[in-house]
Design a protein around this ligand. Structure first.
Ligand SMILES: [Zn+2]
Length: 164
């Protein structure tokens, strides 16, 4: 298992992203310290922020399988094509939870090249270059439009709770 295998897996799982609000597809593949690979894609939800990120889903798969530490995590995101996509603040926190000082975060770039960071450098990476954070804003406004233009499940749930 090498970095290219992780990149290929991230690109493949990215195709399964459920991203009807943002149209921003993210795939992530991680290798744990036992050499096992896990993948995740983003799964959006009309009830913001109940959607989950690709990185979070890959980490959840690792934990569910009994893993405990991230060796390498690859992230590939963008609308149609790959764009510069860095983990959102929440995912940085989630990666840090299961990182070691040797953990590498590898971001796929539009050029097809990669950008690789140790975890402590990623936490200093500025948010304004964060494509993923930008997608979260786009997602939020898309969901707000959706809620105002159709029957939204959340309003049904609220009324059900209010009647209890
Ligand atoms: Zn995230």
């Amino acid at each position: 298992m090498d970095e290219q295998d992780l990149i290929d897996a991230a690109l493949t799982v990215r195709q399964n992203a459920y991203c009807r609000y943002s149209n921003y597809r993210v795939g992530s593949a991680l290798l744990d310290d036992r050499g096992q690979m896990y993948v995740g894609c983003n799964v959006e939800n009309a009830a913001y922020p109940e959607g989950t990120c690709a990185e979070a889903n890959a980490i959840a798969a690792m934990i569910a399988a009994g893993g405990s530490a991230i060796h390498t995590i690859v992230i590939a995101g963008g609308h149609d094509d790959i764009e510069d996509c860095t983990p959102c603040g929440g995912c940085r926190q989630k990666i840090a939870e299961f990182a070691t000082p040797e953990t590498r975060v590898v971001l796929l770039r539009p050029s097809g090249h990669t950008r690789s960071f140790p975890i402590d450098e990623l936490s200093r990476c500025e948010n304004r270059s964060c494509g993923h954070a930008a997608s979260n804003l786009a997602l939020l406004s898309a969901i707000q439009r959706f809620r105002s233009s159709s029957v939204w499940l959340g309003s049904l749930m609220t009324s059900a709770c209010a009647s209890m």
